[in-house]
Write a protein that binds this ligand. Sequence first.
Ligand SMILES: [Zn+2]
Ligand SMILES: [Zn+2]
Length: 135
Amino acid sequence: MGELKNCKKCGRMFSAENGQLFCSKCRTNDEDDFKVVREYIYDNPNSTVHDVHEATEVSEEKILKFLRQGRLILKGEGVGLECERCGKSINTGRFCDKCAHELKSGFQQAFGGEEKKEAPASNAKKGAGMHIKKY
Ligand SMILES: [Zn+2]
Ligand SMILES: [Zn+2]
């Protein structure tokens, strides 16, 4: 049996059990949702955002937020998350690899559009020296 209280967060009347302060709606906070979503993705890594939403009842917006924060990764293609810069489908974070790289190196300030350049020879060298040196 619960006692009628006003939710501390939204003010809605609800039946409180064990001294609960928040209504059932406010009680499911981000962290709880995150755990549910994380667990579902752990078992179903190839799901889309929509699948996860249907299965967990966590809003797609919130799932997208977790993905953008890089806290969750969906393994499939076209999961419902897009690069904020070019709109390409991505699995986690805010930008696709290409945009993330370009933003990092400050390309977007130097070039407005797509600039195709041959990769400089130094790129090949970098790949070749992947072993770890101990000094
Ligand atoms: Zn509430
Ligand atoms: Zn992009």
